[in-house]
Design a protein around this ligand. Structure first.
Ligand code: 0A1
Ligand code: ZN
Length: 884
């Protein structure tokens, strides 16, 4: 065999003899620099000889010159930590290829060529979990965003679409199941106990959607018949011991397929749909064409080991990945700046799906809670970016709540303005017009405009301007009219000092106090810096309900009379607005106290108003329990801190805890009665039973806050009586925060009971790291040395350290110990898994928003990270921007 090979030239080798190079200036990729690819790859054939620690890959690319490209004869194939063992052009071994950093360049003479490149990989050593890696004895891939270049040399960009044929061979005992995208076209036996399979995917796709899985797996199998009568085989692949926990995922998949047909007219387009659960995964899941790869966390669920929240997360993520088949795969992104094109839209689609499967009201409240908890802080910090960013250093850092969740809100606003039915005309046009293309956010907006008739000219600002708009609201009563004064301001963010007013659709209603009903309900689009809206015919001043359903992702600033908020918390017929009234009541009170703005009398009045509203929520027979549970949840400490320019996180914590304890004391009898009522409800997956479980733990939380010692036996009884994880975890969570003897006993029981079940052991770590216990940091340090802890599994790392980083009491503990722990995690994890390491940086990046002493300690940690001699691009970008 005539194989031209030459030794690899890893950058480090060539530099060994010299002094270490100065750190290279970070390379910034800019949206405005987009250029069409010079070469296209209409077809690729991949041949894998699989082994856990040695896999050999031959890639055969048919390349053609792109008439829309710049005409260069040089073919650039991206690589990342791989070496070419052989390169052939049109069947001939060649030597005149060269490396440009990690990329392989070949000068070509004609307009079409056959390129062949061989690479060798060590999947077992791939701790980054990008490219081909080993997890729990199996092999799997993760290619989004730029992982394919860790497998073979290729134009790794989403606007290069190819038809894939994949052959793989390997040891039949180790890898009895061999999967890739599309359909399996042939299988066979090879020598020495090996076997092989050939797969073909008829749908052209970018390389980030390529996937391969090989392992000892079993399938939960089902069939789905599409709207046009085509039968689709569905498989959910897991380790044998996990198979009986895949029922909910399968039901969710079938529901997703049906729902997408009905809600968006989208039919599945292959005869096979495979889902594989893997235990080592950086994110939630991945939408590879016909072969979704999932973090086990979002597949496995049964009542014994998964909470109701886990069930919802499985349903949502299964839906999300499935919906990507159209919003992401059939229509993909032109470049990574367009990420929100697929992610924002797909999040909206999964939100609507989950709402349709359960309670629309509760789902909306939960989605807004996520937005406020994760995205608002992003938008007000050093890493703020528009949903369509203008530049990046490492694209992995842009899989953010802004691109995903704010992206969904932006599309939701278009839907609100158009109306659901008209909006569907826009999405139909989008799918129709761009099917098979790599599209842009602009393409999407234009299709919505053309399909709905909306003018989205000014609305496009939502794609380019970062920052959460602040809307100030004032309602005056004069001459028998209600006069609403609205003003908006979009705050400055890094690189964007000046902003323009954006169209903000505000759904509002005016309530008549006497009848407790509204006479006016409409959508007002605030598109100027200031606007006045007049409502005639109000002899008495009405009560304003605004941003109903959270119609716009903005921060509302209004001086509200607590009595009006108590009124809305009891009477608003928009469930989100009702929740919001309760939240505003508490936010006004707590932020007022922490900010030193309320005298003692005002504090007492505010607390009494909250107590009254809380009592009404407990007593309201017309409320279902799921909704009652939502209304009982106090605003998070993060959200409270977000209301203050500079916050003392422990002061917020203390005041919030004090309010909880007071409510627990004030309503102790009602909460006990509630707990007694709901604990008699038997387990079921229906809304009533779920509502009962939600209240069970909510009641415990308040009771424990008021009286730890007195409530511990009740919590332990809930723990012992539990026949499901929701009750057991809820009780353990409460016990975990208390300094009572029941705590250690319950934790030990939990650990023993679920030994060997990784997802449940993750809960055991998180509950302790997220707890209210005074010794939480000591617990975290001890858990880091627990034999079950490992830095190489992202779920476990997050279970311990992300739970701690989002626990203000632990993270912001006096003296900066929490910051040091997270700083050390980042430094230790970066060489193992930079993507996961980088996700911890934003918590330290909030240093401007806490008191100066704490801020200085956080900066110290960031500087210590920046001083590391080698840092990944991921962590470097986040740290530099956070210090900036
Ligand atoms: N597209 C996936 C998210 C995803 C992104 C990057 C990954 O690399 C580790 C993995 C998954 C989604 O939106 O579900
Ligand atoms: Zn997605």
């Amino acid at each position: 065999m005539d194989i031209a090979s030459r030794p690899s030239e890893p950058v480090a080798d060539t530099q060994l003899a010299d002094a270490p190079p100065p750190p290279a200036a970070p390379q910034v990729i800019r949206r405005e620099d987009y250029q069409a690819p010079a070469w296209l790859v209409p077809e690729i054939a991949l041949d894998f000889r699989l082994g856990l620690s040695a896999t050999h890959v031959i890639a055969r690319l048919s390349v053609t010159r792109n008439p829309a490209g710049n005409g260069t004869p040089t073919l650039r194939l991206n690589g990342d930590q791989i070496a070419a063992l052989a390169v052939r052009v049109d069947g001939e071994a060649v030597n005149d290829w060269r490396m440009d950093g990690p990329d392989l360049l070949i000068d070509l003479t004609g307009d079409a060529h056959a390129i062949e490149v061989e690479t060798a990989l060590n999947p077992a050593a791939n701790s980054q979990l990008m490219g081909l890696y080993a997890s729990n004895g199996m092999l799997c891939t993760q290619c989004e965003a730029e992982g394919f270049r860790r497998i073979t040399f290729f134009p790794d960009r989403p606007d290069v679409l190819s038809t894939y044929s994949v052959r793989m061979s390997g040891d039949k005992a180790l890898f009895p199941v061999l999967l890739s995208n599309g359909n399996c076209t042939e299988t066979g036996e090879g020598p020495d106990g090996s076997h092989w399979a050939q797969w073909h995917d008829p749908w052209p796709k970018p390389c980030y959607l390529f996937a391969l899985v090989a392992g000892d797996l079993v399938a939960n199998h089902a069939q789905f018949t599409t709207m046009n009568g085509r039968a689709v085989d569905l498989n959910i692949w897991t380790r044998a011991e996990d198979k009986d926990r895949t029922g909910h995922a399968m039901a969710s998949l079938i529901n997703s397929m049906k729902w997408d047909e009905e809600a968006f007219g989208r039919e599945y387009d292959l005869d096979l749909f495979n889902v594989v659960a893997v235990s080592d995964f950086n994110m939630g899941a991945m939408e590879n064409k016909g072969l979704n790869v999932f973090n086990t966390r979002y597949v496995l669920a049964d009542p014994e080991t998964a909470t109701d929240g886990d069930y919802d997360a499985v349903e949502g993520v299964i839906g999300h990945e499935y919906f990507h088949n159209w919003s992401g795969n059939r229509i993909t992104c032109r470049d990574w700046f367009q990420l929100s094109l697929k992610e924002g839209f797909t999040v909206l689609r999964d939100q609507l799906f989950s709402a349709a499967m359960g309670s629309e009201a509760v789902k909306r409240i939960e989605d807004v809670r996520v937005l406020r908890g994760a995205q608002f802080p992003e938008d007000s910090g050093p890493l703020a970016h528009p949903i369509r960013p203008d530049s990046y250093q490492e694209i992995s850092n842009f899989y953010t709540a802004t691109v995903y969740n704010k992206g969904a809100e932006v599309i939701r606003m278009m839907r609100t303005m158009a109306g659901a039915e008209t909006f569907r005309k826009g999405t139909d046009l989008y799918f129709d017009r761009h099917d098979g293309e790599a599209a842009t956010c602009e393409d999407f907006v234009r299709a919505i405009e053309d399909g709905t008739g909306l003018d989205l000219g000014q609305f496009r600002l939502w794609y380019g301007q970062a920052g959460t708009p602040q809307v100030t609201v004032e309602l005056r009563h004069e001459d028998g009219a209600a006069v609403l004064e609205l003003a908006q301001q979009v705050p400055a963010t890094p690189g964007q000092p000046d902003k323009q007013p954006m169209p903000i659709p505000l759904r509002l209603a005016l309530f008549d106090r006497a009848t407790a009903t509204h006479r006016v309900e409409e959508l007002v689009v605030l598109d100027q810096a200031r606007q006045t809206v007049r409502f005639d015919g109000w002899a008495e001043p009405p009560v304003l309900s605004i941003n109903r359903g959270f119609s716009a992702p903005v921060q509302i600033e209004a001086q509200r009379d607590p009595a009006d908020l108590v009124f809305l918390a009891a009477h608003d017929d928009d469930p989100f607005a009702r929740y919001e009234a309760m939240q505003s009541l508490v936010v006004g009170h707590l932020v007022g106290i922490v900010g030193g703005r309320l005298d003692a009398a005002a504090q007492d009045r505010g607390r009494a108003a909250i107590g009254e509203a809380f009592g009404a929520i407990l007593a309201d027979d017309a409320l279902d329990d799921l909704m009652r549970g939502e209304l009982m949840i106090l605003p998070s400490e993060t959200y409270l801190a977000e209301q203050l320019l500079v916050a003392d996180p422990l002061a917020i914590h203390a005041q919030r805890e004090a309010l909880k304890a007071w409510l627990g004391r004030e309503h102790g009898a009602a909460l006990e009665a509630l707990h007694d009522r709901v604990r008699a409800v038997p387990y079921g997956r229906d809304a009533a039973a779920r509502g009962a479980r939600k209240l069970k733990t909510q009641a415990l939380i308040y009771l424990a806050s008021a009286d730890a010692v007195g409530t511990a036996p009740r919590a332990r009884a809930q723990y012992d009586a539990a026949d499901n994880m929701t009750d057991r975890q809820g009780a353990l969570m409460v016990l975990c925060g208390l300094d009572v003897p029941e705590r250690a006993a319950a934790l030990d029981d939990f650990h023993t009971r679920y030994a060997g079940n990784a997802l449940v052991i993750d809960k055991w770590f998180s509950l302790q790291a997220g707890s209210l216990h005074k010794d939480v940091l000591e617990h975290v340090k001890a858990l880091a040395n627990h034999p079950d802890f490992t830095m190489s599994n992202p779920n476990r790392v997050r279970a311990l350290y992300m739970a701690m980083a989002v626990n203000p009491k632990a993270f912001h503990a006096a003296g900066g110990e929490g910051y040091r722990i997270i700083g050390e995690v980042i430094r230790k994890l970066d060489p193992i898994n930079p993507q996961t390491a980088a996700r911890f940086v934003p918590s330290l990046g909030r240093w401007r928003r806490v008191d100066a002493a704490r801020g200085a300690l956080m900066v110290e940690e960031l500087k210590a990270i920046a001083a590391e001699p080698t840092l990944s691009r991921d962590v470097r970008e986040q740290v530099t921007k956070s210090l900036g």
